[in-house]
Ligand binder design. Structure first.
Ligand SMILES: [Zn+2]
Length: 426
């Protein structure tokens, strides 16, 4: 994960600045299609002793570049507002993600013929859990990770890790040290990168002539199809379609050679595979996905404008549902104190007057409050003690898991509310 500290022209502390040019093609400012109001930074949980101070709020608005089709936020926050010392770090990964990563490693080793003379580089390598699988098979690796805690954990686990931000400058340094990559992996980081062009130029510099780059990120197509507007937050600068990735890569001498889709990951993840244009032989999946995205309207403003209308309708429906339940004397709690919960609540105007508490299994979050909505975060065990009538699933992406864990809550008469793609009571 990168930080906004590399952002060019970062505004002075405390102020958000409008984006004046596309982050990818440097074309005209993105055309806004969805405003989620002025909201606090979604990951910044409030401690009990800070409840007296107001949460700083910043515009959260999404726009579309009519030149290269990249979806992006229309405002830039001051860097120190996004990454403060309390930024939550999650070292645990779901079983689904672990299985997905292991398969990726095994596939890469076989398909690329990796061995003791190869080099696999991962950007935003976190605590090294993915690279460790290569190390165990005798394949040299290098992790690039800007946050000190995870970088130290990775080194302790035997994964060589450079504590740095990735971009063209670092890539040149590594090449000067004699390093070139057979494989570059960058999972769930590209949306956080303030200087996209330096980032992708870095890929091009560091990659061997016949090497491959695998980039995974949730695709904007899934976001639109499922009304996942709550995955928009200040730390996510960009929301990628394959159309936009294709344009970005081409400008840096790279070409898409494959696109894989993983519907079960993060509400729909895409893996874009790139090589140097001179070495690239695109798989049929590239043209197929580009064609499907164009047919779905992902290259035009109109599709995004209609998504904006859908989101406003969803928000009105959800707010009306909760207010009417409350008016009938029902009690409501929520499940999942993640960033997307904060976006959903704050942009929909739902706060502690409607929702009594939110539960989350992460003990580091318990005892704190969701920013803006100011809803206390408690241990899930409280659900059976207080038995609220309704439970709003903010972590709807793992609704099956939550509902099976909370069978007792349901058996005692509790109801679940799933907010997206349209609010439903189960
Ligand atoms: Zn653009």
């Amino acid at each position: 994960m990168s930080s906004a500290s590399e952002a060019e022209g970062a505004p002075a502390a405390g102020l958000a600045a409008p984006v004046t040019a596309c982050r990818s093609c440097d074309g005209p400012a993105p055309r806004a299609f969805l405003s989620l109001g002025a909201t606090p930074v979604a990951n910044r949980l409030v401690k009990a002793d800070s409840l007296g101070a107001a949460d700083p709020s910043f515009p959260l608005e999404v726009g579309f570049c009519e030149q290269c089709a990249l979806v992006q936020l229309t405002h830039v926050l001051p860097a120190d507002e996004i990454f403060d010392a309390d930024y939550p770090y999650f070292s645990s990964f779901s079983d689904t993600l672990v299985r997905h990563s292991e398969k990726h490693v095994i596939d890469l080793i076989a398909s690329r013929g990796l061995g003791p003379d190869s080099l696999v580089v991962e950007v935003a390598s976190n605590d090294g859990y993915l690279l460790k699988a290569f190390v165990e098979r005798g394949i040299p690796v290098l992790g690039i990770e800007p946050t000190p805690g995870p970088a130290a954990a990775a080194r302790a686990a035997g994964v060589p890790t450079r504590e740095a931000f990735f971009g063209a400058e670092l890539a040149r340094t590594l090449v000067a040290e004699g390093l070139k990559a057979d494989v570059i992996i960058a999972n769930n980081v590209m949306a956080h990168v303030p200087d996209l062009n330096s980032f992708v130029e870095g890929f091009s510099i560091l990659l061997k002539d016949d090497g491959i780059i695998d980039v995974e990120n949730p695709g904007v197509g899934g976001l639109l199809a499922n009304n996942e507007f709550d995955t928009v937050y200040h730390e996510h600068f960009c929301y990628f379609s394959t159309i936009a990735v294709d344009a970005l890569m081409r400008r840096h001498g790279l070409a898409l050679v494959g696109v894989d889709e993983f519907a079960e990951l993060h509400g729909g993840t895409l893996r874009w595979r790139m090589q140097h244009q001179a070495a690239a032989v695109p798989a049929e999946s590239v043209a197929a996905v580009l064609g499907a995205e164009r047919s779905a309207g992902l290259g035009t403003f109109e599709r995004y404008a209609s998504f904006g209308d859908d989101v406003r309708a969803l928000q009105a429906e959800l707010a009306e549902l909760l207010r009417s339940l409350r008016a009938q004397g029902r009690t409501i709690a929520a499940y999942g104190a993640a960033a997307k919960g904060a976006t959903l609540l704050n942009s929909t105007g739902l706060d502690n007057s409607l929702i009594d508490f939110v539960v989350d299994r992460n003990t580091h979050k318990q005892g704190k409050y969701l920013p803006g909505a100011r809803i206390p975060i408690l241990d899930p065990a409280v659900l059976l003690e207080r038995q609220p009538d309704y439970l709003l699933l903010l972590a709807w992406n793992v609704k099956k898991e939550i509902m099976s864990q909370q069978e007792e809550y349901a058996a005692r008469g509790g109801h679940f509310i799933v907010p997206v793609p349209r609010p439903v009571v189960l």
